[in-house]
Write a protein of this length. Structure first.
Length: 179
């Protein structure tokens, strides 16, 4: 059933997020417009969108590793939204904003009134629209009902001079059993 698949995906990806993504992938990512290492920005504190975060393993791992950054966890599944909210509470993470995409999408951008994110604290951003500095989409783009709309939404809310969008997608079969 659907929750069994979600549980399996969460278990499969949890170690990837804690080790491979944080230890191997992020240290090698460069922000295209600036040639600056993304990891330094995450350490200093940026605003991140985690699209289709599922049960939140990616968001939790990133929020724990980079406490100065703010993470917007976008998800549509009610059971996944409950799971990430519970994980956020259990881990006492104040730098995660859980977003039910039925009421808030990545196209809405970060909340400009949220004082937990850099746009709320950093005076350099006081006169500009709030943007995401980093957008992460892991194994989700192929599942989107309207991927073109998602791409437009990300483009409209990704910072134009130092934004970075990292997409991980899989080569998968049409059937759950084959995968």
């Amino acid at each position: 059933n659907g929750s069994d698949i979600n549980d399996a995906i969460n278990r499969k990806n949890k170690n990837f997020f804690r080790t491979t993504l944080i230890e191997d992938v992020l240290p090698n990512l460069i922000i295209p417009q600036t040639n600056a290492p993304l990891i330094e920005s995450l350490q200093d504190g940026i605003v991140v969108a985690d699209i289709g975060c599922g049960y939140g393993a990616s968001t939790i791992a990133l929020a724990q590793e980079f406490p100065q950054s703010t993470f917007y966890a976008f998800e549509s599944s009610p059971s996944a939204l409950k799971a990430i909210a519970a994980s956020k509470k259990r881990h006492k993470l104040q730098n995660i904003v859980v977003c039910d995409v039925s009421s808030r999408t990545v196209g809405d951008g970060p909340d400009s009134t949220d004082t937990n994110n850099r746009h709320g604290k950093d005076k350099r951003y006081s006169n500009e629209k709030p943007y995401f500095d980093f957008v992460y989409a892991h194994d989700v783009l192929h599942d989107m009902p309207n991927p073109r709309q998602l791409i437009q939404d990300v483009k409209s809310t990704l910072h134009p001079t130092h934004g970075c969008w990292f997409i991980v997608d899989i080569d998968c079969s049409e059937s759950v059993q084959d995968n």
